[in-house]
Design a binder for this molecule. Structure first.
Ligand code: DX5
Ligand code: ZN
Length: 224
């Protein structure tokens, strides 16, 4: 039984002082650096890409958790893997299941020695993960509609975490479960008690006066 880990989203960090912000969250005990990649197509927002991840890899000492909110992820996957992503999350909705693209993406990530994760948007039935759960290192349950930081947690996302737990048990699989969107001291306990292992937090960490303290507080709230 592992304690819950926090993955601060650097989308809410100070891009002009990234090194200092990474050092702060590492000192605060963050488990991963969560990197939100948006392409202006799969989601309306446009954030950062491969060159940024490459630079980040040089300064981070904890694993990079790269969340790809992009269309056609199979095209860019090799580049993100080369750039040093440690965990790579692709969206189920961005892949053609009939063409076997989900399996292909997971295979590419694992062949590069990285950990493979699959994410679903709030409206995507959890059951659609079932065929893949045995080959996943992590499942990312979105608790907001992807695209922007600072949104409110969507009620009922905790029940979706519980659904993933049940699916995994049925399949004899044991992926980490990550929750992303609107996480903070008020919501952490809810999803953690349903079985979440990793909590992404953008605004609640980098919007706090001391991000290191915020990480400790969210961790405590998750374990309460
Ligand atoms: C949303 C992103 C999240 C987001 C989290 O599309 O995937 O990682 O930046 O931000 P908060 O914690 O502020 O909701
Ligand atoms: Zn994210």
């Amino acid at each position: 039984f592992e304690p819950v880990k926090i993955a601060p989203s650097i989308l809410s960090a100070d891009f002009m002082n990234m090194r200092a912000d990474i050092e702060t969250i590492e000192r605060g005990g963050a488990g991963y650096v969560h990197v939100d990649v948006m392409d202006g197509h799969f989601v309306p927002n446009l954030t950062l890409g491969v060159p940024f991840v490459k630079q980040l890899k040089k300064i981070a000492s904890i694993p990079l958790d790269v969340h790809l909110m992009i269309s056609n992820p199979l095209v860019q996957l090799p580049w993100f893997l080369d750039a040093g992503a440690d965990i790579v999350t692709v969206h189920l909705e961005a892949l053609d299941e009939v063409e076997g693209e989900v399996g292909q993406a997971i295979g590419m990530i694992k062949a590069a020695g990285a950990k493979a994760a699959l994410s679903i948007k709030p409206d995507t039935p959890v059951a659609r993960i079932a065929p893949h759960i045995g080959s996943l290192d992590m499942v990312l349950v979105m608790s907001v509609y992807p695209g922007f930081s600072g949104q409110s947690y969507i009620e009922g996302s905790d029940a979706r975490v519980a659904e993933v737990v049940a699916l995994a048990e049925e399949a004899g699989a044991n992926p980490l479960i990550e929750v992303d969107g609107g996480m903070g001291v008020k919501t952490a306990g809810l999803v953690a008690s349903c079985g979440a292992d990793v909590l992404v937090a953008g605004n609640a960490v980098f919007g706090a006066p001391d991000p290191a303290v915020a990480i400790a507080e969210i961790t405590a709230a998750a374990e309460a």
